[in-house]
Design a protein around this ligand. Sequence first.
Ligand code: TLP
Length: 351
Amino acid sequence: MNFIDLRSDTVTRPTAAMRAAMAAADVGDDVYGEDPTINQLERRAAEIFDKEAALFVPTGTMGNTIGIKVHTEHGQEVICESRAHILNYELSMMAWFAGCVARAIAAEDGTLTWKQIREQIRPLGPHAAPTGLIEVENTHNMAGGTVYAQDTLDEICEEAHKLGLPVHMDGARIFNAAAAQATTVARIAKHIDTVMFCLSKALGAPAGSMLVGPRNLIDKGRLYRKRLGGGMRQAGVLGAAGLIALEKMPARLGEDHANARWIAGELNKIDGIRADAAPPTNIVFFDVADTGLTAPAFSDELKARGVLINANSARRLRLLTHYDVSRDDCARAVEVIRATAATAAHDPVTR
Ligand code: TLP
Protein backbone atom coordinates (compact mmCIF):
# COMPACT_ATOMS: atom_id res chain seq x y z
CA MET A 1 0.00 0.00 0.00
CA ASN A 2 1.15 3.53 -0.75
CA PHE A 3 0.90 5.05 2.73
CA ILE A 4 0.40 8.73 3.48
CA ASP A 5 2.92 9.05 6.27
CA LEU A 6 2.12 11.77 8.80
CA ARG A 7 3.85 10.13 11.77
CA SER A 8 6.65 12.69 11.79
CA ASP A 9 8.68 15.02 9.61
CA THR A 10 11.58 12.63 10.25
CA VAL A 11 10.12 10.33 7.57
CA THR A 12 11.02 12.63 4.66
CA ARG A 13 13.24 10.98 2.08
CA PRO A 14 16.14 12.81 0.41
CA THR A 15 15.14 14.84 -2.64
CA ALA A 16 16.55 14.14 -6.11
CA ALA A 17 18.89 17.13 -5.68
CA MET A 18 20.11 15.72 -2.36
CA ARG A 19 20.74 12.28 -3.87
CA ALA A 20 22.70 13.82 -6.75
CA ALA A 21 24.76 15.93 -4.34
CA MET A 22 25.43 12.89 -2.15
CA ALA A 23 26.70 10.91 -5.14
CA ALA A 24 29.00 13.73 -6.18
CA ALA A 25 30.17 14.78 -2.69
CA ASP A 26 33.80 15.64 -2.13
CA VAL A 27 34.79 13.67 0.99
CA GLY A 28 37.65 13.04 3.40
CA ASP A 29 38.11 11.70 6.92
CA ASP A 30 36.05 13.93 9.19
CA VAL A 31 37.69 12.60 12.37
CA TYR A 32 40.89 14.21 11.04
CA GLY A 33 38.82 17.30 10.18
CA GLU A 34 39.48 16.58 6.49
CA ASP A 35 36.03 16.19 5.02
CA PRO A 36 35.60 19.31 2.86
CA THR A 37 31.82 18.93 2.62
CA ILE A 38 31.39 18.62 6.38
CA ASN A 39 33.75 21.54 6.91
CA GLN A 40 31.65 23.61 4.50
CA LEU A 41 28.41 22.53 6.21
CA GLU A 42 29.79 23.45 9.64
CA ARG A 43 31.01 26.84 8.34
CA ARG A 44 27.65 27.60 6.72
CA ALA A 45 25.67 26.56 9.80
CA ALA A 46 27.81 28.81 11.99
CA GLU A 47 27.37 31.69 9.53
CA ILE A 48 23.62 31.26 9.22
CA PHE A 49 23.25 31.21 13.01
CA ASP A 50 25.83 33.98 13.49
CA LYS A 51 27.79 31.81 15.95
CA GLU A 52 31.50 31.06 16.04
CA ALA A 53 31.39 27.37 15.21
CA ALA A 54 29.23 24.34 14.42
CA LEU A 55 29.49 20.58 14.78
CA PHE A 56 27.80 17.98 12.58
CA VAL A 57 26.29 15.14 14.63
CA PRO A 58 24.38 12.05 13.50
CA THR A 59 21.20 12.80 15.46
CA GLY A 60 19.35 15.45 17.40
CA THR A 61 19.63 13.31 20.50
CA MET A 62 23.41 13.35 20.25
CA GLY A 63 23.40 17.11 19.62
CA ASN A 64 21.34 17.75 22.74
CA THR A 65 23.40 15.30 24.78
CA ILE A 66 26.60 17.09 23.83
CA GLY A 67 24.95 20.50 24.23
CA ILE A 68 24.01 19.66 27.80
CA LYS A 69 27.38 18.10 28.58
CA VAL A 70 29.51 21.04 27.46
CA HIS A 71 27.70 23.39 29.83
CA THR A 72 27.30 21.27 32.95
CA GLU A 73 29.03 19.23 35.65
CA HIS A 74 27.81 16.00 37.20
CA GLY A 75 25.38 16.61 40.04
CA GLN A 76 23.75 19.71 38.61
CA GLU A 77 20.17 20.41 37.59
CA VAL A 78 18.98 21.28 34.12
CA ILE A 79 15.83 23.41 34.03
CA CYS A 80 13.48 22.43 31.21
CA GLU A 81 9.78 22.28 30.39
CA SER A 82 8.02 19.15 31.66
CA ARG A 83 7.26 17.76 28.17
CA ALA A 84 10.76 18.53 26.85
CA HIS A 85 12.26 16.08 24.40
CA ILE A 86 15.50 15.96 26.44
CA LEU A 87 13.52 14.75 29.45
CA ASN A 88 11.04 12.35 27.89
CA TYR A 89 12.45 11.01 24.63
CA GLU A 90 16.22 10.78 24.95
CA LEU A 91 16.62 7.75 27.21
CA SER A 92 17.76 9.92 30.11
CA MET A 93 20.97 10.89 28.32
CA MET A 94 21.17 14.00 30.45
CA ALA A 95 21.50 11.72 33.48
CA TRP A 96 23.40 8.90 31.82
CA PHE A 97 26.03 10.99 30.09
CA ALA A 98 26.06 14.40 31.79
CA GLY A 99 25.12 13.20 35.30
CA CYS A 100 22.44 15.87 35.66
CA VAL A 101 18.83 15.72 36.77
CA ALA A 102 16.00 17.63 35.17
CA ARG A 103 14.12 20.30 37.09
CA ALA A 104 10.94 20.23 35.04
CA ILE A 105 8.50 23.13 34.89
CA ALA A 106 5.07 22.68 33.30
CA ALA A 107 4.00 25.36 30.84
CA GLU A 108 0.65 25.13 29.09
CA ASP A 109 2.04 26.02 25.65
CA GLY A 110 5.51 24.58 26.25
CA THR A 111 7.21 27.96 26.47
CA LEU A 112 8.73 28.93 29.81
CA THR A 113 8.90 32.45 31.19
CA TRP A 114 11.81 33.93 33.13
CA LYS A 115 9.54 34.25 36.18
CA GLN A 116 8.84 30.49 36.17
CA ILE A 117 12.50 29.68 35.68
CA ARG A 118 13.71 32.15 38.33
CA GLU A 119 11.64 30.41 41.00
CA GLN A 120 13.35 27.10 40.29
CA ILE A 121 16.97 28.24 40.20
CA ARG A 122 18.93 26.69 43.03
CA PRO A 123 22.29 27.64 44.46
CA LEU A 124 24.62 24.93 45.77
CA GLY A 125 23.69 24.13 49.38
CA PRO A 126 23.62 21.28 51.86
CA HIS A 127 20.50 19.81 50.22
CA ALA A 128 19.93 21.19 46.78
CA ALA A 129 21.81 20.41 43.60
CA PRO A 130 22.76 23.64 41.87
CA THR A 131 21.26 24.70 38.57
CA GLY A 132 23.76 24.25 35.76
CA LEU A 133 21.78 25.00 32.63
CA ILE A 134 18.47 26.24 31.28
CA GLU A 135 17.07 24.39 28.29
CA VAL A 136 14.31 25.63 25.98
CA GLU A 137 12.65 23.73 23.15
CA ASN A 138 11.67 25.79 20.09
CA THR A 139 9.46 24.77 18.43
CA HIS A 140 8.03 22.72 21.27
CA ASN A 141 7.17 19.31 19.91
CA MET A 142 4.73 17.93 22.48
CA ALA A 143 3.01 21.26 23.04
CA GLY A 144 2.03 21.21 19.35
CA GLY A 145 4.89 22.95 17.54
CA THR A 146 4.58 26.13 19.58
CA VAL A 147 7.05 28.97 19.16
CA TYR A 148 8.73 31.12 21.82
CA ALA A 149 7.95 34.84 21.69
CA GLN A 150 11.26 36.56 20.96
CA ASP A 151 11.13 38.89 23.94
CA THR A 152 10.46 35.94 26.28
CA LEU A 153 13.55 34.17 24.97
CA ASP A 154 15.67 37.29 25.12
CA GLU A 155 14.62 37.94 28.71
CA ILE A 156 15.41 34.35 29.72
CA CYS A 157 18.89 34.65 28.22
CA GLU A 158 19.63 38.08 29.61
CA GLU A 159 18.56 37.21 33.15
CA ALA A 160 20.16 33.74 33.09
CA HIS A 161 23.46 35.22 31.93
CA LYS A 162 23.39 37.76 34.76
CA LEU A 163 23.39 34.76 37.11
CA GLY A 164 26.16 33.05 35.14
CA LEU A 165 23.79 30.41 33.75
CA PRO A 166 24.00 29.26 30.11
CA VAL A 167 20.99 28.56 27.89
CA HIS A 168 20.80 25.65 25.43
CA MET A 169 18.08 25.49 22.81
CA ASP A 170 16.68 22.24 21.45
CA GLY A 171 15.94 23.84 18.11
CA ALA A 172 15.24 20.57 16.30
CA ARG A 173 12.63 22.62 14.39
CA ILE A 174 14.02 26.14 14.82
CA PHE A 175 13.63 26.78 11.08
CA ASN A 176 9.90 26.17 11.51
CA ALA A 177 9.93 28.70 14.35
CA ALA A 178 11.70 31.24 12.13
CA ALA A 179 9.23 30.65 9.27
CA ALA A 180 6.26 31.05 11.62
CA GLN A 181 7.59 34.35 12.96
CA ALA A 182 8.98 35.61 9.64
CA THR A 183 12.35 36.07 11.29
CA THR A 184 15.78 34.45 11.02
CA VAL A 185 17.26 31.64 13.06
CA ALA A 186 20.15 34.00 13.87
CA ARG A 187 17.75 36.46 15.48
CA ILE A 188 15.95 33.76 17.43
CA ALA A 189 19.26 32.36 18.68
CA LYS A 190 21.01 35.72 19.16
CA HIS A 191 21.41 35.41 22.93
CA ILE A 192 21.24 31.61 23.21
CA ASP A 193 24.58 29.97 24.03
CA THR A 194 24.21 26.71 22.09
CA VAL A 195 21.56 25.54 19.64
CA MET A 196 20.95 22.05 18.36
CA PHE A 197 18.95 21.89 15.13
CA CYS A 198 18.01 18.98 12.88
CA LEU A 199 18.69 18.68 9.16
CA SER A 200 16.75 15.43 9.06
CA LYS A 201 13.30 16.66 10.10
CA ALA A 202 11.38 19.39 8.26
CA LEU A 203 14.48 20.23 6.20
CA GLY A 204 14.40 16.78 4.60
CA ALA A 205 17.98 15.50 4.90
CA PRO A 206 18.29 11.73 5.35
CA ALA A 207 20.32 12.11 8.58
CA GLY A 208 22.17 14.64 10.65
CA SER A 209 21.84 17.48 13.10
CA MET A 210 24.07 20.39 14.08
CA LEU A 211 25.23 21.96 17.32
CA VAL A 212 26.17 25.64 16.98
CA GLY A 213 27.78 27.89 19.56
CA PRO A 214 31.05 29.42 20.81
CA ARG A 215 34.23 27.85 19.42
CA ASN A 216 35.58 26.64 22.77
CA LEU A 217 32.37 24.72 23.51
CA ILE A 218 32.11 23.28 20.01
CA ASP A 219 35.75 22.11 20.23
CA LYS A 220 34.93 20.44 23.53
CA GLY A 221 31.78 18.99 21.95
CA ARG A 222 33.83 17.42 19.16
CA LEU A 223 35.57 15.23 21.74
CA TYR A 224 32.28 14.21 23.31
CA ARG A 225 30.95 13.35 19.87
CA LYS A 226 33.88 10.94 19.44
CA ARG A 227 33.26 9.44 22.88
CA LEU A 228 29.65 8.84 21.96
CA GLY A 229 30.62 7.04 18.77
CA GLY A 230 29.61 9.92 16.54
CA GLY A 231 32.99 10.43 14.86
CA MET A 232 32.07 9.51 11.30
CA ARG A 233 34.63 9.24 8.54
CA GLN A 234 33.52 10.19 4.99
CA ALA A 235 30.48 11.91 6.44
CA GLY A 236 30.43 14.39 3.56
CA VAL A 237 28.07 12.01 1.77
CA LEU A 238 25.51 13.03 4.41
CA GLY A 239 26.83 16.58 4.64
CA ALA A 240 26.09 17.18 0.95
CA ALA A 241 22.40 16.48 1.58
CA GLY A 242 22.63 18.55 4.75
CA LEU A 243 23.89 21.57 2.82
CA ILE A 244 20.88 21.44 0.51
CA ALA A 245 18.60 21.02 3.53
CA LEU A 246 20.17 24.08 5.12
CA GLU A 247 20.26 26.33 2.07
CA LYS A 248 17.16 25.39 0.10
CA MET A 249 14.55 23.86 2.33
CA PRO A 250 13.76 26.55 4.93
CA ALA A 251 12.07 28.74 2.30
CA ARG A 252 9.25 26.23 1.75
CA LEU A 253 8.28 25.51 5.37
CA GLY A 254 5.31 27.89 5.17
CA GLU A 255 3.61 25.31 2.94
CA ASP A 256 3.82 22.68 5.69
CA HIS A 257 2.43 25.17 8.19
CA ALA A 258 -0.47 26.06 5.89
CA ASN A 259 -1.21 22.35 5.44
CA ALA A 260 -1.18 21.79 9.19
CA ARG A 261 -3.59 24.70 9.77
CA TRP A 262 -5.83 23.42 7.00
CA ILE A 263 -5.91 19.87 8.39
CA ALA A 264 -6.69 21.14 11.91
CA GLY A 265 -9.61 23.17 10.52
CA GLU A 266 -10.96 20.19 8.59
CA LEU A 267 -10.59 17.82 11.55
CA ASN A 268 -12.62 20.17 13.72
CA LYS A 269 -15.55 19.72 11.33
CA ILE A 270 -15.62 15.96 12.03
CA ASP A 271 -17.99 14.64 14.69
CA GLY A 272 -16.11 13.24 17.66
CA ILE A 273 -12.76 14.81 16.78
CA ARG A 274 -11.16 17.83 18.37
CA ALA A 275 -7.92 19.21 16.99
CA ASP A 276 -5.80 21.90 18.60
CA ALA A 277 -6.99 24.98 16.75
CA ALA A 278 -4.60 26.99 14.57
CA PRO A 279 -1.37 25.03 14.97
CA PRO A 280 1.49 27.54 14.71
CA THR A 281 3.84 25.30 12.71
CA ASN A 282 3.71 21.73 11.31
CA ILE A 283 2.45 19.70 14.29
CA VAL A 284 -1.22 18.89 14.94
CA PHE A 285 -2.57 17.01 17.94
CA PHE A 286 -6.13 15.75 17.81
CA ASP A 287 -8.37 14.04 20.34
CA VAL A 288 -10.48 11.10 19.13
CA ALA A 289 -11.96 9.89 22.41
CA ASP A 290 -15.48 11.04 21.49
CA THR A 291 -15.49 8.73 18.48
CA GLY A 292 -15.60 5.77 20.87
CA LEU A 293 -12.13 4.63 19.86
CA THR A 294 -8.93 4.95 21.83
CA ALA A 295 -6.14 6.75 20.03
CA PRO A 296 -4.09 3.55 19.49
CA ALA A 297 -7.16 1.80 18.04
CA PHE A 298 -7.87 4.83 15.84
CA SER A 299 -4.25 4.76 14.65
CA ASP A 300 -4.59 1.05 13.73
CA GLU A 301 -7.77 1.80 11.78
CA LEU A 302 -6.05 4.60 9.87
CA LYS A 303 -3.14 2.32 9.04
CA ALA A 304 -5.49 -0.30 7.62
CA ARG A 305 -6.82 2.48 5.35
CA GLY A 306 -3.38 3.68 4.24
CA VAL A 307 -2.69 6.61 6.57
CA LEU A 308 0.06 6.53 9.19
CA ILE A 309 -0.47 8.71 12.28
CA ASN A 310 0.80 7.70 15.71
CA ALA A 311 -1.16 7.80 18.94
CA ASN A 312 0.44 9.99 21.55
CA SER A 313 -1.75 9.03 24.50
CA ALA A 314 -4.97 7.09 25.08
CA ARG A 315 -7.00 9.96 23.57
CA ARG A 316 -4.73 11.91 21.27
CA LEU A 317 -2.84 11.38 18.03
CA ARG A 318 -0.04 13.54 16.66
CA LEU A 319 0.43 14.28 12.98
CA LEU A 320 3.12 16.28 11.24
CA THR A 321 3.06 17.83 7.79
CA HIS A 322 6.27 17.81 5.76
CA TYR A 323 7.89 17.93 2.33
CA ASP A 324 6.72 14.44 1.33
CA VAL A 325 3.00 15.20 1.78
CA SER A 326 1.14 17.50 -0.60
CA ARG A 327 -2.16 19.28 0.05
CA ASP A 328 -3.84 16.46 -1.92
CA ASP A 329 -2.29 13.88 0.40
CA CYS A 330 -3.53 15.94 3.36
CA ALA A 331 -7.03 16.02 1.86
CA ARG A 332 -6.96 12.23 1.38
CA ALA A 333 -5.79 11.77 4.96
CA VAL A 334 -8.65 13.97 6.22
CA GLU A 335 -11.15 11.84 4.27
CA VAL A 336 -9.72 8.67 5.80
CA ILE A 337 -9.92 10.21 9.29
CA ARG A 338 -13.53 11.24 8.58
CA ALA A 339 -14.42 7.73 7.38
CA THR A 340 -12.73 6.15 10.39
CA ALA A 341 -14.57 8.42 12.82
CA ALA A 342 -17.89 7.70 11.06
CA THR A 343 -17.39 3.92 11.19
CA ALA A 344 -16.33 4.12 14.79
CA ALA A 345 -19.48 5.93 15.86
CA HIS A 346 -21.72 3.25 14.30
CA ASP A 347 -19.60 0.21 14.80
CA PRO A 348 -17.26 0.63 17.76
CA VAL A 349 -14.14 -1.46 17.38
CA THR A 350 -13.94 -4.17 20.00
CA ARG A 351 -10.48 -5.55 19.32
N1 TLP B 1 11.58 13.88 17.64
C1 TLP B 1 10.93 12.72 17.09
C2 TLP B 1 10.61 11.71 18.20
O1 TLP B 1 11.74 11.46 18.96
C3 TLP B 1 9.53 12.15 19.12
C4 TLP B 1 9.65 13.15 16.40
O2 TLP B 1 9.12 12.34 15.63
O3 TLP B 1 9.21 14.29 16.60
N2 TLP B 1 14.40 17.35 19.83
C5 TLP B 1 13.12 17.39 19.40
C6 TLP B 1 12.26 18.54 19.74
C7 TLP B 1 12.63 16.33 18.61
O4 TLP B 1 11.37 16.39 18.21
C8 TLP B 1 13.47 15.24 18.30
C9 TLP B 1 12.97 14.06 17.53
C10 TLP B 1 14.79 15.27 18.77
C11 TLP B 1 15.21 16.35 19.55
C12 TLP B 1 15.77 14.13 18.54
O5 TLP B 1 16.18 14.01 17.23
P1 TLP B 1 16.73 12.58 16.69
O6 TLP B 1 15.53 11.74 16.41
O7 TLP B 1 17.49 12.97 15.46
O8 TLP B 1 17.61 12.01 17.74
